[in-house]
Design a protein around this ligand. Structure first.
Ligand code: UDP
Ligand code: MG
Length: 318
């Protein structure tokens, strides 16, 4: 088996058949043997029905379908999909056809022809986004690259083709909080970045709201950097020094000028400011603690309710 596709699907009933057939149209005549692993991430629509129908319609294709017991998120779906792959290379692709199988073919060929690379990742050169979102995303990349020791490439998506060695490396990471962008950089390997242009979603709508992106960004920072904790320590030290100096100033002032009654506003201001800073620091520590707490429970990242695994000879050629 040359290539395994991993497709996370959440409420994609209208896209299942088109994406499967688009991959089939491009890869079946190419002479590349491939399989498709579709993961239904607890969809609330007819996604699983559509996947089952596909499996019935193409009984000779190498198609594996996994159904989660509820929605566990795209990262969990990618992990489950990866665990079911058997190919020498893996392609992660979305279900909504924003990422074209034709591009995947170019990426795969690049990987095949260039042994020095272990991964070919697509990145969006010109992102079709509003200026506000673009601004926040740029800020995020600048911040996370400053905070973390590994590199995060702006615009790089999960749309990538990589070799088995990299897939195994990704699977060897046991963490519960999975942040793909970080995992891809953390495992290393030579990555070739290929520009591509994302299409419009075929049907349905994006699952990302502004706040889910903010949460995702925080997850990335907490997952890949402990600098915010150092920031808490340094801020605490700085404030303590300022407080000591200020106290000395106050004592000296009182000794020279006598007791000074006014200062209510300054005092209140300081109390509020320090209260705020303390809560912020507690929050930062809490973020890390919550990650340790959840990881400590050692729960599985996802639960499979049903798996359809076709016993084929592993070849999907026409
Ligand atoms: N997805 C998923 N679980 C989720 C959210 C999304 O498996 O909880 C899948 C979704 O079906 C799609 C891919 O992840 O195949 C990317 O999602 P989406 O298109 O909403 O993201 P965008 O392209 O807007 O970044
Ligand atoms: Mg999409």
């Amino acid at each position: 088996m040359d290539l395994s596709f991993v497709i996370p699907c959440y409420n994609e009933e209208g896209n299942i058949r088109p994406v499967y057939e688009a991959i089939r149209d491009v890869f079946a005549p190419s002479g590349i043997s491939y399989e498709v692993v579709m993961v239904n991430d607890g969809s609330k629509d007819g996604t699983w029905k559509a996947i089952r129908a596909l499996a019935e319609e193409y009984p000779d294709d190498a198609l594996t379908a996994v159904c989660f017991s509820r929605n566990f998120g795209k990262e969990a779906a990618i992990l489950a999909g990866l665990r079911h792959t058997k190919g020498d290379a893996v392609c992660l692709i979305d279900a909504d056809l924003q990422q074209r199988p034709e591009t995947a073919l170019t990426m795969y060929r690049k990987l095949r022809s260039d042994p020095e690379y272990d991964c070919v990742a697509a990145y969006q050169d010109a992102r079709k986004e509003g200026p506000v979102l673009k601004f926040f995303k740029d800020c995020f990349y600048r911040l996370i690259n400053r905070l973390c020791d590994i590199d995060f490439i702006a615009g790089a998506s999960d749309f990538r083709v990589f070799r088995r060695n990299m897939a195994d490396a990704i699977l060897s990471l046991p963490e519960y909080h999975r942040f793909s962008k970080g995992i891809f950089s953390w495992v290393g390997f030579e990555t070739y970045y290929m520009p591509y242009e994302a299409d419009e979603r075929l049907t349905g709508k994006s699952k990302w709201s502004f706040w889910s992106l903010v949460k995702y960004a925080l997850e990335g920072i907490v997952g890949y950097s402990t600098k915010p904790l150092q920031f808490a320590t340094v801020t605490g030290m700085l404030l303590s020094v300022i407080a000591i100096v200020y106290m000395v100033v106050l004592v000296v002032k009182t000794l020279i000028l006598g007791i000074d009654v006014p200062g209510y506003v300054t005092t209140l201001g300081f109390v509020l400011l320090l209260g705020g800073i303390q809560l912020l620091m507690l929050g930062i520590i809490g973020e890390y603690l919550s990650k340790v707490y959840v990881q400590g429970k050692n729960r599985p990242v996802y639960i499979e309710k049903e798996v359809i695994e076709r016993e084929t000879d592993g070849e999907n050629r026409e």
